[in-house]
Write a protein that binds this ligand. Structure first.
Ligand SMILES: *[C@@H]1O[C@H](CO)[C@@H](O)[C@H](O)[C@H]1NC(C)=O
Ligand SMILES: *[C@@H]1O[C@H](CO)[C@@H](O)[C@H](O)[C@H]1NC(C)=O
Ligand SMILES: *[C@@H]1O[C@H](CO)[C@@H](O)[C@H](O)[C@H]1NC(C)=O
Ligand SMILES: *[C@@H]1O[C@H](CO)[C@@H](O)[C@H](O)[C@H]1NC(C)=O
Ligand SMILES: *[C@@H]1O[C@H](CO)[C@@H](O)[C@H](O)[C@H]1NC(C)=O
Ligand SMILES: *[C@@H]1O[C@H](CO)[C@@H](O)[C@H](O)[C@H]1NC(C)=O
Ligand SMILES: *[C@@H]1O[C@H](CO)[C@@H](O)[C@H](O)[C@H]1NC(C)=O
Ligand SMILES: *[C@@H]1O[C@H](CO)[C@@H](O)[C@H](O)[C@H]1NC(C)=O
Ligand SMILES: *[C@@H]1O[C@H](CO)[C@@H](O)[C@H](O)[C@H]1NC(C)=O
Length: 708
């Protein structure tokens, strides 16, 4: 009896073991991990964004999308994926030249056969123009609506971004990742060559090389839906599904303005000098924005620096207000918020205080040293406005002495290009000029794409240069932008009512433009910027180009704090106070106003030659930040607003990818089936055995502590 029951137990255990191992062989458990070729570490996903009416971007299923790898090297290869291949769904590896609208739409339209796409990024820029952005950026939230001027709405006069394919605004129901072209991608290609390639037109044999991409997105449908779900979730768990896009605008004034006294200021007249701080591309976190954002705001920063001394020694009648807007890419988040705040007594000045606007747009690519002064033909129909605009143009023209730049106005009937100034015009006819390097369509061939980078702006260095040498190496672009900055600075000074005699003393410093270009387009972690930031921000400096994607409000983005501290350094002054007083904004006890006017920042400074300890110092400036969050969210609560940006970014948990070998689908099913069958049999046996245990195992039920 004993022997029989032991045999039974062994048999049951055996059956269990077989069941489990068969299951494993079928792909159900950890032994699969051994077959994994690569974990993809350096990948950028495309993520989901939502506005009032749509969702755009990409996502995978909760457990990641899996597909058989297929490397598409030419458009003919696509047929295998879309129609003939016998092992769908496919994970398409796309060479960067093929990442265009027509191919992506074909894949989108047969999404049952496509598990996902991985685009191998190129290491050099393409020759022809590529822009995944729309051809008419911010079409519905600028000033040119049907009611403003019917002939100018929807880019009817000038299509600003002719290369724009709109790919960034499509919705894909599979994941799309960007892969750096490196050894990992080489491994992927090798895996494909070894396992998946057709030999003599016969179908490839299992096991096949497959890829799995995870980028599941929590938010669906539109902003109103996800904000509602946020509200519901909030009461149970603090887990939101989406966040509004936004950040902070940065501003500074040439004359002290009391920042706690909001609204209208009697006798105050300000000239707004504006630039934008953000950009985007198809992929999350890749937004080099060299021409679309950096060329303009670096020029404005250099102009602000050129004006530091003269605005103190010979102050003009009007105040110059430098403003750097965040989130402009997504329906003018930053500028629309500042204008809204100005209209509602929530900003340091109001719209009545605004004399005029000078905006620096994309200025990095001017050829023939030619720049264009854009203005709004509709508001200029009013003579009062037109007169001021003419004056602004004259001021700019008279600023050119000693410079190798010509300025022209485009045809009178042409509307403004996409610009923050449009949001001011939407509220009232304020005179203003937008400086650009293009007459009509953008000269930028890579608008809001991953190729709008240092290479495109020709910020490159001779070989074998050390970091320190590169930081000081004045490229042609730096020289050219310094000249533009000089024109901007002089024109602002004139516009603010400054004396003509001072103009030739105003010159931008090409050295500082050089250092800024290096800091934003090559790397922010350099000895120059390290001196200018507080020590708690030093660890945020990066060894890569700055990413200008606006992000969500919870995390202030890199460009905002860099520009904030740069602007303080370039327009402020050093004050001799202790670190503690500086950090507590407790500098001038006698002047209680001063802490409402100035910002005091204790920055790291440099280490003297024979020491490793940095010697920090206190910088006093008029630099402040203001919210760059659409009023649709925190004030109006109108998630379907037509006037303000409604963009939100979905949250996600996992972004990752891996490549491994899979056995045949049928084989998998078969082994799984057998496994389940064996498992059920063994369970049944166990049940029978245990229910008959009284009989089977009776002899074993003696108490172990039996009496002797
Ligand atoms: C990628 O990540 C995995 C696990 O995190 C690691 O084992 C592997 O070495 C990494 N590969 C590279 C190229 O860094
Ligand atoms: C939302 O985005 C989609 C896609 O770009 C666009 O067609 C639509 O007009 C946008 N909706 C609003 C209200 O802006
Ligand atoms: C890539 O492979 C080459 C040659 O196999 C090797 O020299 C190089 O170090 C590898 N690079 C990385 C980042 O692993
Ligand atoms: C493919 O076909 C060629 C000639 O038709 C033959 O020589 C070769 O062995 C075949 N290769 C395989 C792997 O079947
Ligand atoms: C022109 O604009 C000025 C100031 O904005 C305004 O006072 C005036 O009424 C406008 N004139 C006409 C004819 O609209
Ligand atoms: C910045 O560069 C320094 C060397 O100059 C290095 O020690 C530091 O780790 C870098 N910081 C970051 C955040 O990469
Ligand atoms: C700006 O930074 C430089 C060094 O990077 C420093 O020498 C200078 O004193 C700073 N100026 C101000 C006003 O912070
Ligand atoms: C800074 O202030 C301290 C004490 O108030 C003084 O001893 C020192 O000389 C001052 N330094 C400078 C550079 O003015
Ligand atoms: C640096 O060295 C010089 C001479 O070697 C010395 O006079 C000076 O005091 C030193 N400075 C510091 C901050 O140690």
């Amino acid at each position: 009896m004993d022997i029989v029951s032991n045999k039974f137990i062994i048999l049951v255990l055996c059956l269990f073991f077989i069941a489990v191992s068969v299951c494993c062989a079928g792909g159900g458990c950890t032994s699969v991990e051994k077959k994994i070729y690569v974990h993809l570490n350096y990948t950028f996903p495309c993520v989901r964004l939502l506005n009032a009416t749509h969702q755009i971007g990409c996502q995978s299923s909760l457990s990641g999308n899996v597909g058989v790898l297929h490397v598409v090297e030419s458009e003919e290869n696509l047929d295998w994926v879309l129609r003939t291949g016998p092992n769908p769904p496919y994970m398409v590896i796309l060479e960067h030249q093929l990442f265009n609208r027509s191919i992506m739409m074909k894949l989108k339209n047969s999404s049952s056969r496509v598990a996902g796409v991985a685009v191998v990024a190129s290491n050099t820029n393409p020759a022809e123009g590529v822009s995944p952005h729309t051809a008419c950026p911010n079409e519905n939230t600028g000033v040119y609506s049907e009611s403003y001027d019917i002939t100018m709405a929807h880019c009817n006069v000038t299509l600003w971004n002719p290369f724009g394919s709109g790919l960034s605004y499509e919705e894909f129901d599979f994941p799309i990742f960007s892969l750096k072209d490196d050894n990992d991608t080489q491994l992927i290609r090798q895996c494909y060559m070894d396992h998946n390639r057709r030999v003599n037109s016969s179908a490839p044999q299992y096991p096949l090389c497959a890829m799995q991409l995870y980028s599941h997105m929590s938010a669906v449908t539109d902003t109103a839906t996800c904000m509602r779900r946020n509200a519901i979730n909030f009461s149970i768990t603090p887990e939101a599904v989406c966040d509004p896009l936004g950040d902070s605008n940065v501003w500074a004034a040439t004359r002290p303005l009391n920042n706690t006294a909001k609204g209208h200021k009697m006798w105050e007249s300000v000239v707004i000098a504006a630039a934008r701080l953000d950009s985007r591309s198809f992929f999350f976190d890749v937004a080099p924005g060299a021409q679309s954002a950096a060329s303009g705001f670096i020029t404005l920063l250099a102009a602000a620096h050129a004006l530091r001394n003269v605005t103190q020694e010979a102050p003009p009648n009007r105040t110059i207000l430098y403003t750097f807007f965040q989130g402009e890419t997504f329906d003018y988040i930053g500028s629309s918020r500042m204008v809204y705040d100005m209209e509602n007594q929530q900003f340091v000045v109001d719209l009545d205080n605004v004399h005029s606007v000078l905006e620096v747009g994309q200025v990095g690519l001017h050829t023939d040293s030619r720049l264009w002064l854009h203005s709004d033909p509709v508001s200029r129909r009013n003579n009062t406005v037109d007169d001021v605009v003419k004056m602004l143009v004259e001021n700019l023209q008279s600023s050119l002495t000693g410079l190798n730049i010509t300025l022209s106005e485009p045809a009178f009937s042409q509307p403004l290009p996409p610009s923050s100034f449009q949001r001011f015009l939407r509220s009232r006819p304020i005179p203003g000029i937008v400086i650009e390097d293009h007459q009509s369509t953008f000269s930028n061939r890579f608008y809001e794409s991953m190729y709008d980078n240092a290479e495109y702006l020709k910020v490159s260095y001779p070989q074998n240069m050390t970091q320190e040498e590169q930081l000081e190496f004045a490229t042609e672009t730096a020289m050219a932008l310094a000249e533009v900055a000089t024109v901007v600075a002089r024109a602002l000074y004139k516009q603010a009512g400054g004396e003509q005699s001072q103009l030739n003393n105003i010159n931008a410093d090409a050295q500082i433009v050089t250092q800024m270009l290096y800091s934003f387009l090559v790397q922010s972690n350099n000895t120059w910027l390290q001196q200018m930031v507080p020590s708690d921000l030093a660890s945020h400096l990066k060894d890569t180009p700055t990413n200008f994607y606006v992000g969500v409000t919870q995390q202030p983005s890199e460009p905002t704090y860099l520009v904030q501290h740069l602007l303080a350094n370039l327009t402020g002054s050093v004050v001799n106070v202790t670190q503690e007083d500086c950090q507590k904004q407790r500098v001038d006890e006698k002047d209680s106003e001063s802490k409402h006017i100035y910002t005091y920042t204790w920055v790291q400074g440099a280490a003297p030659p024979n020491s490793t300890e940095r010697e920090g110092f206190c910088v006093r400036s008029t630099v402040h930040t203001s919210k760059a969050l659409s009023p649709a969210f925190d004030i109006l609560g109108e998630y379907n607003s037509k006037d303000f940006s409604t963009w939100t970014e979905s949250r996600w948990k996992t972004i990752k990818g891996r490549v491994f070998l899979v056995a045949s689908h049928e084989l998998e099913m078969l082994t799984l089936g057998v496994g389940v069958g064996v498992l059920l049999t063994s369970l049944l046996l166990t049940y029978i055995i245990s229910s008959k245990a009284d009989i089977l195992f009776s002899s074993q039920r003696e108490p172990t502590n039996a009496t002797y």
